[in-house]
Design a protein around this ligand. Structure first.
Ligand code: AG3
Length: 286
């Protein structure tokens, strides 16, 4: 008798899907906000899925978490206070804690069950959530940021896609409140969706439009994430005081000696060079 094979599938569009084999379902739970699943897989290690969308895999989460943090830190070496919105898996926090200059990280995650599940099943990302410099806030990031003024040198929006609980984190009002919560030279980095499949590309355009309406400068950079739709993903980098995101003190960043498997200073500069079709999508008027 053959044992039944278990496969997970994420729908990328009505006409495209991505599947991988599952050895075991380690966790499944419907929280107040979303469906949370964690799988063990032979190809990608453990995988966190929210509402049917892959959030991270042990095999490639380093790409996402290095690239959502290090470019901003290389551009603004004096970052002391950071707010992470979402990010209950702890991956961003793990990367940020490598900077001795960072004094305080507020992590604002809406769903306490995500943190609980990641602590138990995803120590690779969650292991540093108890660091003394980290303060956990189980709260809605939209409300949390409204009450903060001139408080953070960096805000990282490590959200889900703009459907469900993550939706409000892609609005002009939210970005406006982030602007107010940032210090004078503050930076905002957000996960900026993918330019490839239609729905994702629309979300990407919307995010860019709203960010550009609020910040004097909103740049976009790209990364390769094999387990996200199309493998081609974008991040946004918005600055309260305009800057060239490819100009920074490379020697100073390298002197920090932070071990990375994806990020390096040459790649940082190249990541802001976008394909023409992406530039066109970003420049399209609504
Ligand atoms: N947040 C971004 C996930 C987007 C993936 N979308 C998808 N699979 N459709 C990831 C959180 C990691 N800290």
């Amino acid at each position: 008798m053959q044992t039944k094979e278990l496969w997970f599938t994420e729908n990328y569009s009505d006409d495209a899907r991505f599947s991988f084999r599952v050895d075991a379902q380690l966790y499944t739970h419907k929280s107040r906000y979303q469906q949370i699943d964690i799988y063990d897989t032979p190809q990608f290690g453990r995988v966190l899925v929210l509402d049917g969308c892959v959030m991270l895999t042990e095999k490639d989460e380093f790409i996402y978490h290095e690239m959502i943090t290090h470019p901003a830190l290389a551009l603004h070496p004096d970052i002391r206070t950071v707010l992470v919105i979402g990010g209950g898996d702890g991956g961003c926090v793990r990367e940020l804690l490598q900077y001795p200059g960072i004094q305080q990280i507020d992590l604002c995650e809406i769903d306490r069950d995500v943190i609980k599940a990641c602590r138990k099943y995803l120590p690779q990302t969650a292991e540093k959530l108890d660091d003394i410099r980290v303060e956990l806030h189980i709260a809605d990031g939209i409300r949390f940021v409204r009450q903060k003024k001139n408080a953070y040198d960096l805000i990282i929006v490590d959200s889900t896609d703009p459907f469900g609980p993550g939706e409000g984190l892609f609005t002009r009002e939210f970005y406006g409140n982030c602007f107010g919560a940032l210090t004078e030279n503050g930076l905002l980095v957000n996960q900026h969706e993918s330019p490839y499949y239609r729905e994702d590309a629309l979300a990407m355009q919307r995010a860019h439009r709203q960010l550009s309406a609020v910040f004097p400068q909103a740049s976009v950079y790209q990364v390769h994430i094999p387990t996200y739709p199309s493998g081609h993903w974008l991040f946004g980098l918005a600055a309260k005081t305009p800057l060239d995101p490819t100009v920074f003190d490379e020697a100073a960043w390298n002197a920090l000696g932070i071990p990375t498997r994806y990020y390096n200073t040459a790649l940082h500069k190249g990541a802001f060079a976008l394909p023409n079709y992406v530039k066109e999508l970003l420049n399209e008027k609504a």
